[in-house]
Design a protein around this ligand. Structure first.
Ligand SMILES: [Zn+2]
Ligand SMILES: [Zn+2]
Length: 226
């Protein structure tokens, strides 16, 4: 397994199918100065590998004070329990995916597809509405509600020395009525992402896109589901 890698100013990949275990969505680490922030947490049983990857960058996992759960699927939220138990990390998620993350509706997590027992956690910081800002460490994190893949899917962007970095975890879908997917909402969400004119896109399964490849990637999926 390869180790963690630097993506740009402030941002690292510390988990993912080639970095931790094959079932993991990408887990991104933001060095927010006085604290570390994770974007998603992997499927669960990879938590120790992700910790090791964080240490390999010279960071201490106990400084992960916040984890952003981009949506309620197991390959993104399975590790939340371990981080909370070991380090007391606080979970940020949108209220429309809260019930699944807190264990009230296991079908929405898709855990059975992965053959994983999901250990639920309480969400500490519930996002509501279309857009919200939070200062974590010394950075401003901008949260956008981007429903479509799931009702409570969110995307996050930060402005760094290398430009605007967008975390868009499951831009590509897939879509299923079992999780409350909605293609019309998804199309509107993709337009919101295009309007951000991000310089770097950190995607949940496809990896990292830069420059004009960011909009090309999003537009290719809009064309596919037009
Ligand atoms: Zn995913
Ligand atoms: Zn998903």
């Amino acid at each position: 397994m390869s180790k963690a890698k630097s993506i740009c100013d402030r941002v690292y990949a510390v988990g993912g199918s080639s970095l931790s275990v094959p079932e993991d969505a990408f887990v991104y680490l933001v060095d927010a100065g006085s604290e570390l922030v994770l974007v998603d947490s992997g499927v669960g049983y990879s938590a120790s590998r992700i910790e090791g990857n964080i240490r390999s960058l010279g960071f201490e996992p106990s400084r992960v004070w916040h984890i952003i759960a981009t949506h309620c699927h197991i390959d993104h939220i399975g590790g939340l329990f371990t981080w909370k138990e070991r380090y007391g990390s606080k979970i940020i998620a949108h209220e429309l995916d809260r019930a699944a993350i807190e264990g009230e509706n296991n079908a929405l997590t898709a855990a059975s597809m992965y053959g994983v027992d999901y250990k639920p956690v309480k969400v500490d910081n519930l996002l509501a509405g279309q857009a919200q800002e939070l200062t974590l460490g010394d950075m401003k994190f901008n949260f956008l509600h981007t429903p479509g893949h799931t009702p409570g899917s969110i995307c996050v962007y930060i402005d760094t020395r290398d430009g605007r970095v967008l975390f868009g975890q499951d831009i590509h879908g897939p879509f299923s009525p079992d999780w409350g997917s909605d293609l019309n909402m998804w199309r509107d969400s993709m337009q919101k992402l295009l309007a951000l004119r991000a310089d770097v896109l950190c995607e949940g399964h496809a990896g990292v896109y830069r420059g004009d490849k960011v909009s090309k990637y999003i537009e290719s999926y809009l064309n596919r589901y037009s």
